[in-house]
Write a protein that binds this ligand. Structure first.
Ligand code: S3P
Length: 748
């Protein structure tokens, strides 16, 4: 685009209510057009618009408005489309972009087809998913579209230049532009917008017809108020929408009616269990939705949370139970879902990542109760019981969900799409897509660089493979083995070094035969899983923050109970021991097939720098950000090599840690596959190591927690930006850390 020229010469609005006047405000504020004109039915409306400085000229005749316009926007009730198009059609030239903002698209396209016969190449229907119960030119706001979605439904006739320029216009409003087909749009909107509006109007209408309606309005509490808010919207507009999107709306109403009937029957029959189940499921779906919604808004609006830690003489003491292991929690849901019978999970991590997995399986028709205080009950559907989800599966921040599910979904009889948040959308997915393709899967990484969204076409017959992993990755190993459950014959994976083996262990716990010989893991397809009880141990990766905090804080004494000490995860203990930490592993025992123990760690001596043995790298892969903080407080140099994988985690953990540590006064150097840190510790000296600083976590949960514990040895205030993702793996982090003696302030 030529930045010196406005995007359009003349924009003509036909109709000028809330949406039109909001868009005109943006166009005026950002000088996106040389002229903006409008034609409205009432002269008063365009007079007002002119007085507000939103248009240069106003008319009551649309023909005068559109002449010479290079963008014509129909911002009028959808049912008026055909009549208006009849009048303006002769003035829509080859280079005119013609769009609309209506809530239904099928009827707008039908009207255009009737009028034009052959549709013009500049015709691109659109629909901003934004609004308010307030209407009219005065209700418009320049920020109405910020953080909202604009759906464009380009047709076969639509030229790409027209789609592009319209996209630029809508992006300038702060909205996200998405494209979909007309049919898809009308079906989605019938459920997400039209049905709720219909229900709100209907509820209020029902009460208005009753004798005691005054009492109902007088005593109306939150429920009625919240539910009926949208019934104050423009009746003409909704009348038009209901009639225009008749087929899709009637289908949505039928669905609502049948659900209402079944809930009515449950009440009538006093079926307390079933009723409770329906309500609980709806509640948890709503909570999850709320969560996702909040999360998307956080990312879209770039609003983040921050932690700050004030300098003081911290202490760090106590006995704690760290939340459940993330890797084990994910797998418990995945395997429980495809098992036969019921799986009861305890200690489940109620963090956003594991909840994304849980929601994905609910979306595929699995009945899952909870989580409730770490308890989840999964009613397994067996190897062929998953159902096609009705929408893309949203994996949030979780690479584990996306890579393991890639393997499972590649083998299903239906198609799926998986999406993720901004961080996950940058992570490499070809590493799992490639071996799955070699097994016969039809899987595409549709992002720019082999990144999400991941799109899978089902109904492919998979063949077992023998695959040598090019990198030490438990996620890729697991994704292949999981596809292997459905593949013909044998699937085996060879690891360059051992990585976490929760998949192998848990498959065995579900009764599936998995062999491990040296670094080769083998299974045969065609078997079945049987529901079982899974006890999720505390997550050693979360415990690591408390271990390092205790190791760098004088006189600290912390015990972490029932932490998972699976030998493929204990690199952090080994590395801290080699650095001289006072750490003991007590009361080792087995729980739910995984070894656990109580870990005690005390701040009695200064750590020393070491060259971290490369064989420990995969065993401590998630703990390096915390270990870099330990190394900064150690005496002498710490060198890490063989850890290039750190660059493709939730952030580039080498670069992001180097940037933060340097800002906090640490001499450290990134290398392609590791880091060199000049520790500032001196034997027996517990004075501050870090200077105060404002550091960026790049929305990486483990980076945020690592800099938080560095605050324990900082001379000034440490502020960490982008900490909201801590909730993905350790939702109680600040609460427990503050109980131990750190004082973290959270600012939303
Ligand atoms: C995980 C494997 C590791 C780890 C991640 C969880 C798993 O990832 O970093 O947090 O549950 O399998 P990679 O497989 O990419 O190393």
């Amino acid at each position: 685009m030529d930045m010196t020229q406005p995007l359009f010469k003349k924009v003509a609005f036909i109709g000028f209510g809330l949406i039109g006047s909001s868009l005109a405000r943006v166009i005026q504020q950002q000088h996106l057009a040389e002229h903006v004109v409008a034609s409205t039915r009432s002269e008063q409306t365009w007079q007002d618009a002119k007085a507000l400085g939103l248009i240069t000229e106003g008319y009551t005749d649309p023909v005068t408005a559109v002449q010479g316009a290079d963008l014509v926007i129909l911002a009028l009730p959808v049912q008026a489309t055909e009549v208006v198009l009849q009048r303006i059609a002769p003035y829509i030239g080859e280079n005119t972009i013609l769009t609309d903002v209506g809530s239904t698209k099928g009827n707008v396209v039908a009207a255009a087809e009737k009028v034009f016969g052959q549709l013009p190449q500049g015709f691109v229907p659109g629909h901003p998913i934004a609004g308010s119960e307030h209407t009219g030119v005065h209700a418009g706001k320049a920020d109405l579209f910020v953080g909202h979605k604009i759906i464009l439904t380009p047709l076969e006739c639509s030229a790409s230049w027209a789609v592009q320029r319209l996209t630029q216009l809508w992006q300038a409003t702060g909205a996200e532009v998405v494209c979909m087909s007309v049919e898809k749009h009308d079906e989605v909107l019938a459920h997400t917008s039209h049905l709720p509006h219909l229900m709100a109007f209907n509820l209020v209408a029902q009460f208005t017809n009753r004798q005691d309606n005054l009492d109902i309005f007088r005593y109306a509490a939150g429920g009625f108020r919240d539910f009926s808010r949208i019934a104050a919207s423009d009746p003409q507009m909704w009348h038009d929408i209901f009639l225009s999107n008749k087929d899709a709306i009637l289908k949505a109403v039928d669905g609502f009616e049948s659900q209402l009937c079944s809930i009515r029957t449950l009440i009538e029959k006093d079926d307390s269990n079933q009723l409770m189940q329906v309500l609980k499921e709806a509640q948890s779906a709503r909570q999850h939705f709320n969560h996702m919604l909040k999360k998307n808004t956080v990312l879209e609006k770039q609003v983040t949370q921050q932690f700050s830690i004030l300098p003081k003489k911290h202490h760090f003491k106590g006995t704690f139970t760290i939340p459940g292991d993330k890797s084990v929690s994910h797998r418990s849901i995945m395997f429980g879902s495809i098992a036969e019978g019921i799986t009861n999970v305890t200690g489940f991590l109620e963090g956003e990542d594991a909840l994304a997995t849980l929601q994905a399986f609910k979306d595929m028709g699995v009945h899952i109760e909870g989580p409730n205080d770490g308890k989840v009950t999964i009613h397994g559907v067996g190897m062929s019981g998953l159902k096609a989800p009705t929408k893309a599966l949203y994996m949030g921040n979780s690479g584990t969900s996306m890579r393991l599910l890639s393997g499972m979904l590649a083998a299903q009889q239906f198609d799926t799409v998986m999406t993720g948040d901004a961080s996950l959308s940058k992570r490499p997915m070809e590493r799992i897509a490639k071996p799955l393709r070699a097994m016969g899967a039809n899987i595409q990484t549709t992002g720019e660089k082999g990144t999400p969204p991941v799109s899978i076409t089902g109904k492919q017959a998979l063949q077992g493979i023998h695959y040598e992993l090019p990198m030490a990755s438990a996620q890729v190993k697991s994704g292949i083995l999981l596809a292997g459950l459905w593949a013909a014959g044998e699937t085996s994976v060879v690891e360059p070094e051992p990585t976490r083996d929760h998949t192998e262990r848990m498959l065995r716990a579900f009764g599936y035969d998995v062999k491990t010989e040296g670094n080769t893991i083998t299974l045969n397809g065609g078997g079945k899983l049987v529901g079982t009880d899974i006890q999720v141990p505390s997550d050693i990766s979360s415990a690591a923050f408390f271990m390092v905090a205790a190791a760098i804080c004088e006189d600290s004494d912390v015990t972490l109970e029932a932490v998972g000490i699976n030998p493929t995860r204990t690199g952090v203990i080994e590395i801290l021991k080699q650095m001289g930490a006072d750490i003991s592993v007590n009361n080792p025992r087995i729980a739910g097939g995984e070894p656990i123990a109580d870990i005690r760690i005390r701040g009695t001596r200064t750590l020393k720098g070491i060259h971290i043995p490369e064989d420990q790298v995969p065993l401590a892969i998630d703990e390096f950000p915390a270990l870099f903080v330990a190394a900064s407080c150690a005496e002498g140099r710490t060198i890490l090599t063989g850890a290039a994988e750190l660059r493709v985690k939730e952030s580039d953990r080498i670069q992001v840690m180097v940037d933060g540590l340097q800002a906090m006064g640490i001499d450290c150097t990134p290398t392609p596959d590791g880091i060199i840190i000049e520790g500032k510790g001196k034997s027996g000296d517990w004075s501050p190591i870090f200077t105060g600083a404002d550091v960026q976590s790049h929305h990486d949960h483990r980076i945020a927690m690592s800099f938080s514990i560095a605050g324990i040895r900082a001379s000034e205030k440490v502020t960490i930006h982008g900490t909201e993702t801590v909730a993905t793996s350790f939702p109680t982090f600040t609460q427990l850390a503050n109980e131990a003696g750190l004082s973290i302030d959270t600012i939303d």
